[in-house]
Every structure is written in C-alpha cells, then in structure tokens.
Design a protein around this ligand. Sequence first.
Ligand SMILES: Nc1nc2c(c(=O)[nH]1)N[C@H]1C(S)=C(S)[C@@H](COP(=O)(O)OP(=O)(O)OC[C@H]3O[C@@H](n4cnc5c(=O)[nH]c(N)nc54)[C@H](O)[C@@H]3O)O[C@H]1N2
Ligand SMILES: Nc1nc2c(c(=O)[nH]1)N[C@H]1C(S)=C(S)[C@@H](COP(=O)(O)OP(=O)(O)OC[C@H]3O[C@@H](n4cnc5c(=O)[nH]c(N)nc54)[C@H](O)[C@@H]3O)O[C@H]1N2
Ligand SMILES: [Mo]
Length: 594
Amino acid sequence: MIKIKEKYGTRSLGVWKGEAIGTAQQEQIVRRFCSAWGTPNYFSNDSECFLGRWMGYSLVCGNWTSVDFLNSKCIILWGSNPSYSHPNTAALIMKAKKHGAKLIVIDSRLSQIAKQADIFVQIKPGTDGALALGICRELIKNKLFDYKFIESYTIGFNDFKNYVEGFNPQFVKKETGVNIGVIKKIVKFIGNSIPSVGIYVGVGLEHHENGVNNIRAVACINGLTGSFDAKGGNLIPEPINMSKLTLYDEIHLENLEPIGFDKFPMLYNLRKEAHTMTAMDTILTEKPYPLKGMIITAANPVITNPNSLKVRKALKSLELLVVRELFMSETAELADYILPAASFLERSELHCHTSIQAVNLTKKVASIDNCQSEYEFWHDIAHRIGIGKYFPWNNEKELNEWLIKPTGISLQEIEGHSEGLVYKPIVYSKWIEKNDKPFNTISGKIEFIYKHQKDQSYVNELPEYKSPSYITKFNKKYPFVLISGARKLVYYNSRNRNLKLLNKTGQKPEIEIHPLDAKKLGVKNKDMVKVISAVGDINIAVKIVEKGEIMRGVVQVTHGWKNANINQITHDNINDPISGFPLMKSVQVNIVKL
Ligand SMILES: Nc1nc2c(c(=O)[nH]1)N[C@H]1C(S)=C(S)[C@@H](COP(=O)(O)OP(=O)(O)OC[C@H]3O[C@@H](n4cnc5c(=O)[nH]c(N)nc54)[C@H](O)[C@@H]3O)O[C@H]1N2
Ligand SMILES: Nc1nc2c(c(=O)[nH]1)N[C@H]1C(S)=C(S)[C@@H](COP(=O)(O)OP(=O)(O)OC[C@H]3O[C@@H](n4cnc5c(=O)[nH]c(N)nc54)[C@H](O)[C@@H]3O)O[C@H]1N2
Ligand SMILES: [Mo]
C-alpha cells in the first residue's frame, strides 16, 4: 500500500465492499478507512444493487421508503420476488392478504409470489416505465388521485399530466404486452385503496438502460395517490441518531476525482460511491489515472460483476489485490493476499432496521483463530500505516458504545431485545407537521419533475420513458431477450455453491425458456445450448418452463454460477445514464443448440 502511495498517490488504491457485509456499520468503517487513507475510490456492490431504486424514489420524494405492508389495502410488487429473496417480507405480505389487502405482482416471469397474486401482470422486460406512466394517466383521467395533497405538497403536476397523456392504454399494451383490461383492473384496485397503496420495487427494475426513470415513474403513482407516509403506503423512515463513522464532514478529497464521476456524477454526489464497472477499464488503461491496488471484502466480483472476463483480466493485472474471505472464491484465487474474515457469527455489530425503526446488536456466538472482524482488520491496518488516530476504539465493544451514545440507548438495553429495539415509534403523515420542508427533496415537495439539472446530474426533468434497445434497435443476430439474476431460494448471489448440504437440493445452472421457443430451437430439457451476446458467450443446460411462466422470446438465467457465469455475457458498458447501473436484464442474446 505504501509503495502504491509513493509511486502513484493515495487515490490509486481502491477499497471494495461486497453484499456479504450489507449496508450496516461495516460499510461505514470501510468508507472511514478510505477517507483516512485519502482515496475517493470507495467501491461496492451498490454500483449494481439498490441505488437505482434509492435514486428513483429519492428523486421523487427525497427518500427510500419502506412499505407498511400490514396496513396496506393494495400491495404492488414490482420486479421483486420476496418468496425467495426476502421470505420474512413474503410472510408479512401473505398476512396482509389474509386481512384483505389486494396483491398485484408485476414481473416478466410468473414468480413464486406472482402465483399468489390477485393480479399477475406479465410485462416485457425493461418496459415498466411505460406501464407506470399509463397507470398514472388512467388515475388522472378517472380523477383517482388526492387533489388536495397534490395541490399543496407536490410540484410539476401539470407538466407530468401533459406528459403521461401519450401513454394511452393502446400504446402501453403495444409497448409492454399488458392487456388493456389488466391495466384498467390495476387502476381500479389502486383507486379503491387510496391512500393505502404500498409499492415495493425490486432489483428487477434496476439493471436496465432506463432503470432510474422507470422507477421514478413508479414512485409517481405514490405521489398521485398521496400514499407517501400514509398508513398502508410507502413510509418515510426516520433514521437513528447514532454517531457518524464516515469522515466526509472532516476530510475533503474534492481535488481527487473518484472513478466514474465524469460519467455518473449522481453516484458520487448522492452516495459517495465510485463506479465499479469503470474501475475495470481504469485498471486496464490507466485512464484517467492509474488504479493499482484494491482491497476487497465480502465480494466476489469475478462472478457477480458484468463482463466478468474483463473483471478477471483487470483484477489480475493489479499490483496489489487483497481479498478478505471465508472461502476460496473465484476472486480470492486472483489475490496476492487472502485474509481470513470473521463471519457474521463471529461479530457483534449494531444493525439498524429503518423499516421498523428498530436497532439490534448481533451476538458473537463463535470465534475462530486468526479470523479478523471488519473492525479489527481496518483498525489494525490503519495503526500500521500511520492513520491509527481515526480508529481509536480498541475493539468492537468500544466502537459500539461510541456509536450508540448519542441515542441515549445503552448496549445492554439493546441486548435485551434480540427482535430489535424500537428507537422511534412509526408516525404517519409526518409531512403535515413540517411546514417549511415537508419532504426531503430539493424543493421540499414531491417532485413529479426535477428542475435541478445544474449539478450536471444527467437527470431528465420528467421521468421520461425510453424503449429498451431490444425494441428500438432490434438485431436479428440476437433475437432473444435475457433477464438474469432472478433469485432462487437456495444460494445467495455467488455464495454457498461449496456447501454440500445445499448441493443436495440439486440446483444447477440453467436457462429458463418458453416451450414454443424450445421447440423452435429444437431443444429438450437438459440439452446444452450456447448463449451469445455482444459481450461473450456461455454454455448452459436448457430448462423448459410451463407456458405461462415466461414470455415468448424472453429467457432467464440466475447469476452466481462459476461454470455457467451469466455475467460473462452481460454489459458493463451499457449503463443507466443516471445510476450507472449495468445492463443485466433486457440483454439481447442468441441461443444455439450444441
Ligand atoms: N435466496 C436468495 N435471497 C436473496 C439473494 C439471493 O441471491 N438468493 N440476493 C439478495 C440480493 S443481493 C438482492 S438485491 C435481493 C433482490 O431481491 P428481489 O428484488 O426480490 O429480486 P428477485 O427475487 O430476483 O426478483 C426480481 C424479479 O424481477 C423480475 N424481472 C426481471 N426483469 C424484469 C423487468 O424488466 N421488469 C419486471 N417488472 N420484472 C423483472 C424477475 O423475473 C424476478 O422475479 O435479494 C436478496 N436475497
Ligand atoms: N447477472 C446478474 N448479476 C448480478 C445480479 C443480477 O441480478 N444479475 N445481482 C447483483 C446484486 S443485486 C448484487 S448485491 C451483487 C452481489 O455480489 P457480491 O457483492 O460479489 O456478493 P456475493 O456474490 O454474495 O459474494 C460475497 C462474498 O463474500 C464472502 N463472505 C460471506 N460472508 C462474509 C463475511 O462475513 N465477511 C467477508 N469478508 N466475506 C464474506 C462470500 O464467501 C462471497 O464470496 O451481485 C450482482 N450480480
Ligand atoms: Mo443486491
């Protein structure tokens, strides 16, 4: 590290936090280290997870929201299958359904939760914005909106109203494949439930060329129905007042440009994230400056980032690659140093669950020699390289005590509440009390349009809809549309393929395909096919699904497999212009029988 600093400067070292340590305090420790060391290049899985949704909602209402499922009258799951991805949420939804809530699931596949929906809406990948704007048009036409709320608490309604005029049911049907009758039924369900309409957007909407604007369009449904912060709607959670681990207020690195900032300024401006995909090009080209070292913790980008052959080549060419892992992952195999990391069972950390406004402390239940917790690692390395003053706490416990102090809650109190200690009860319609700034947007109101372009944020004024390239630039060479990464119940991203017990479930990499498409290709179950995109190709076994399970012409492959790694064919250089997210769904591909 010191050699890299002397030769190229501090910014030439990056740090990458993966999904396995989530977004809790561990992320803040990594960010703290980056600032203390002097690099703006904090990377994470959030270059391709969650931030697309966060931005979409934040641009409209100033926050990421959480759905008040149990009180909702109409729940819309949009590109999410919690039955597999978040079973606890699925259980809440089923409970709400028992109490009379209607469930609408909008997905390109008949997912597990879609099978339990009152309305399953099968949609062409990447066209969700058109459906959302079409729904808004019908709500406005039928006067199914909260007029008082709109008048006092929103901006841009008239421009938005004019814009959605173009999204008539005939156009929406043609664009999305959703029948006019279904659109009208969705509108009726929403209209009957105002304001208790809870919409949850999943990762299915993020990995597209127009992801953020599509999500903004969805959030506008909440805006029209006044369901932001309403009982049974999308709540605006109140954060806990813990000490801040990040050093952004103290250490300013504005003169050092983060990687990807020129292309996707919102990612850094709003979230202080550098862009992982651009980082691979930077490593290989040294442009705009050399990136020579990377410390990776809890991530396996060789499998999980798009264009994985490029990722492999780039990481391999680094002067220093350190990987903190529990297992010999495909990324660890490339490392100069592999450091054993303590798992969640070996750590005692504070977790804040904003959706229920509760905090809890994980219990350390195991200890394995030489495995360092996140804090121990960053603490020890900081003390060796002369930035120890930023890591003054001797252990996790001291750190946790410092973190929780401003809240007035003690660690002991939290320990007594393994289910989570509520730090603030949930209050609805908080905006009514906040006269000066009801919502956390720049204008303080719900923004149907965004009028703050001067920060070169690449955000369009309106939540504009753009057809995916597979529609506008249909290429005969690639007649199929691939959606990748639909979660299965076993396995978690690239994890756990090495666990014998889970392997007994018999899950294998496969491409899910419509029976008529299979027939046309002349393939049967378990036949091997080559799937080819403009980026690369992979060989994979066929799984023919039931007729209604997937649309004709659409195929699905779950990510995470090393022998049939779908990210070998996903795009790192076709990105959502606002979030920078890669095109991993709506990918144009060809399929050839082997
Ligand atoms: N068991 C398990 N749980 C997990 C994970 C795991 O790998 N395994 N991963 C975790 C992670 S990192 C995340 S981010 C979350 C994600 O959690 P979710 O957001 O619930 O993700 P999925 O379960 O994949 O559901 C996404 C759905 O979007 C659909 N979809 C794809 N493209 C489109 C589209 O263009 N439009 C629409 N409307 N739908 C589309 C897919 O068919 C899929 O059913 O899950 C987490 N939980
Ligand atoms: N094609 C396609 N690709 C995708 C997606 C998709 O939908 N389609 N989804 C994307 C999404 S949403 C995400 S979040 C990313 C996730 O991608 P990554 O951030 O790479 O996450 P994982 O694949 O879960 O890898 C986590 C690694 O951390 C290790 N690990 C487990 N526990 C610990 C721990 O406690 N400490 C440390 N240090 N290491 C640990 C595991 O062994 C594993 O190797 O994948 C993305 N990739
Ligand atoms: Mo994720």
